[in-house]
Design a protein. Structure first.
Length: 247
């Protein structure tokens, strides 16, 4: 079994919420909550935060986290992850943990890593959960996924899938933005032929599917929302306060 590296990409320049990884939730920056949750995952052999900004590096090192400076030119978290892999060559599986999900559960990280280890022929694994009552699956920023019986992804979409032409007792699954990659696949991901599906939906993972690679989907029941906007930050702060997680 190969060694597993957890990587938290933490880009400072978010389009909708610049500097959000350093936004405070209580007295801690958001990235600290992500790091401390990921440190509790039993399936990671090592954990590092990858950033492009000295302000993030300083904040991470101030709370005792390990931080690697990476290029400012990366267009995606996958590109940043591939640069990290160049520095950490003795890890066979790399888990991309979103830096804007302060409520991520260690069990979710372990589940995605374990699924990748148990299915070495699947180049990637990710996660999903059923939509909850009151959540709107029609929102295009909430990505949906459908899977085979064995848990391999069939398709990801911003549209509602499956389309409910007939009423069936089947949940709609919300895709969660965590990925585990086989190292050699990660290093050649950017060389895959261009994907019309990826361009149409603006979903990078569709490039893997369109080029006949497999993505396993770990199903979880509980997951706190990520942070895309200041309004999301206020919402997660309220949730943390109600659960006694605010630091």
């Amino acid at each position: 079994m190969g060694k597993v590296l957890g990587v938290i990409p933490a880009r400072y320049g978010s389009t909708r919420f610049p500097g959000k990884v350093l936004a405070k939730i209580g007295t801690y920056p958001m990235i600290r909550y992500v790091y401390e949750a990921a440190k509790q995952a039993k399936g990671l052999d090592h954990l590092v935060i990858a950033t492009d900004d000295e302000r993030v590096r300083e904040a991470v090192e101030a709370f005792g986290g390990e931080c690697l400076m990476t290029s400012e030119e990366h267009k995606s978290g996958t590109d940043r992850l591939a640069e990290v892999a160049e520095y950490y060559k003795d890890y066979d599986i790399l888990v991309n943990i979103q830096g804007d999900e302060p409520g991520i559960e260690p069990e979710l990280i372990d589940g995605v890593a374990r699924m990748k280890i148990e299915n070495p022929d699947w180049e990637m694994t990710t996660a999903a959960r059923p939509f909850k009552p009151g959540e709107d699956p029609l929102q295009p920023n909430r990505v949906k996924v459908v899977m085979t019986r064995s848990g391999r992804a069939l398709y990801f979409s911003r549209s509602l899938i499956p389309f409910p032409r007939n009423k069936v007792d089947r949940p709609v699954y919300l895709h969660l933005g965590i990925y585990a990659y086989q190292r050699d696949f990660l290093m050649r991901f950017h060389t895959l032929p261009a994907s019309g599906l990826e361009d149409a939906e603006s979903l990078e993972q569709l490039r893997a599917l369109e080029n006949d690679h497999s993505i396993g989907v770990f199903i979880t029941e509980a997951s706190l929302p990520g942070v895309d906007t200041p309004e999301d930050l206020a919402a997660i702060t309220g949730i943390f306060k109600s659960k006694g997680l605010l630091r």
